[in-house]
Design a protein around this ligand. Structure first.
Ligand SMILES: NC(=O)c1ccc[n+]([C@@H]2O[C@H](COP(=O)([O-])OP(=O)(O)OC[C@H]3O[C@@H](n4cnc5c(N)ncnc54)[C@H](OP(=O)(O)O)[C@@H]3O)[C@@H](O)[C@H]2O)c1
Length: 281
C-alpha cells in the first residue's frame, strides 16, 4: 500500500508525511517543482510531479499508488474533477480529503463541492473536516507577530476551535492504516477548547515573555493594510473570508472525534506555542 501525499510542501501535507513515516506507511510526495523540493527537503523523499492545473501530470503521479491524501490548494484553473476521474481510472482505493469544519452548512465553498465530487467517484473516502489551524500563527499571521507583536486578523471577539495540524496528521495516518474502518466517514477534528484571538495573544505573551496583543482590525482596514504590504488580493480575501464566521460567533464548536479516534487528548495551544516559539523570535 502506498499513499500519494498532495500538498507535501504545505502545512498539512508535510505533517501527514511525517506521520506516515512514523507509522511505517510507504508514501510518495506530489510536488509542483521537483528540483526545488529536492533542494529543500533532501533525497529522503520519493517525489513525483503533480500540478492540479495540468492534467498531463495526473496519470503519471497516480502510478503505483493505492491511496491518496488530497488537499485542495488555493488557486484557480485547478482541474480537480478531472484529477478525481483519473484517480478512479488508475484504481485508487481510498482518498482521505482535507476539508473544513462545518462544510455541510457552507454550500458556497470549494470543499462542499469537492466532497460531493469525491463521493460521486465511488472510491472509499474519509473526510477530515478541520478546525482553524494553530499553525496559521506561524504561517500567514507570523510576520505581524514577529515584527510588531500583534495578532492582526479581522476576527472580532469570536472564538474559534483551534487545532494543531500535527493532530490532524495523526488522524489522517490512521485513515490509511485502517481504511476499511474509516471508509466513507466524515470526522470533525478540532482542539479541546475554543479561544478568541485576545486569549491567544495573552497565552503567547506569557510563554514568549513579551507582550503580544490582538489588534482586531475591521475587514476594511485589514484589506487596506495588507494591500499596502503588497499581499495578493485574492489571498487577502480568503483570509477575510476564513475569519468572518469567527466574527459572527459561528466557529466555536468543539468536536470529540480526535479523542474518540486516537484515544488521546488533542494538543493544547500552550504546547503548540512552546514547540513553535522559534518562529516568532
Ligand atoms: N488554514 C486553516 O485554518 C484551514 C482550516 C481548515 C481547512 N483548511 C484547508 O487546508 C487546505 C490548505 O492546506 P495547507 O494549509 O496545508 O496548504 P498550504 O500550506 O497553503 O500549501 C498549499 C500546498 O498546495 C500545493 N499546491 C498549490 N497549488 C498547487 C497545484 N496547482 N497543484 C498541486 N499542488 C499545489 C503547494 O505546493 P507548492 O509548493 O508547489 O506551492 C503546497 O504544497 C485548504 O484547502 C484549506 O481550505 C485550512
Amino acid at each position: 500500500m502506498t499513499v500519494l501525499v498532495t500538498g507535501f510542501t504545505g502545512t498539512v501535507g508535510y505533517e501527514v508525511a511525517q506521520s506516515l513515516k512514523k507509522n511505517g506507511i510507504p508514501f510518495k510526495c506530489a510536488v509542483r517543482d521537483m528540483e526545488k523540493s529536492r533542494n529543500r527537503f533532501g533525497d529522503d523523499y520519493d517525489f513525483v510531479h503533480l500540478d492540479f492545473a495540468n492534467p498531463a501530470t495526473f496519470a503519471p503521479a497516480l502510478e503505483r499508488v493505492d491511496q491518496l491524501f488530497l488537499i485542495y490548494p488555493p488557486g484557480d484553473k485547478l482541474q480537480f474533477d478531472v484529477f478525481l476521474k483519473e484517480a478512479k481510472k488508475m484504481g485508487i482505493q481510498h482518498i482521505t480529503y482535507l476539508s473544513v469544519k462545518d462544510v455541510q452548512f457552507l454550500p458556497f465553498i470549494h470543499h462542499y463541492k469537492n466532497e460531493k465530487l469525491i463521493k460521486r467517484q465511488s472510491i472509499s473516502y474519509t473526510f477530515i473536516r478541520a478546525g482553524y489551524f494553530m499553525q496559521n500563527l506561524n504561517n500567514f499571521l507570523c510576520v505581524e507577530i514577529k515584527e510588531y507583536n500583534r495578532i492582526y486578523v479581522p476576527a472580532g471577539k469570536g472564538k474559534t476551535s483551534f487545532v494543531d495540524v500535527r493532530d490532524l496528521a495523526d488522524v489522517i495516518a490512521l485513515s490509511f492504516l485502517y481504511p476499511k474502518e474509516h471508509e466513507n466517514k466524515a470526522y470533525t477534528i478540532t482542539g479541546g477548547e475554543a479561544l478568541d484571538f485576545g486569549e491567544v495573544a495573552e497565552k503567547m505573551s506569557g510563554l514568549l515573555g513579551r507582550p503580544i496583543y490582538y489588534s482586531n482590525p475591521t475587514a476594511k482596514d485589514f484589506k487596506k493594510y495588507m494591500l499596502s504590504r503588497k499581499l495578493d488580493k485574492a489571498f487577502i480575501n480568503i483570509v477575510v473570508g476564513i475569519h468572518f464566521p469567527t466574527k459572527l460567533g459561528l466557529a466555536k464548536g468543539i468536536s470529540s472525534d480526535f479523542q474518540k479516534l486516537t484515544g488521546k487528548k488533542p494538543r493544547k495551544i500552550k504546547q503548540y506555542i512552546e514547540d513553535y516559539r522559534n518562529a516568532w523570535e
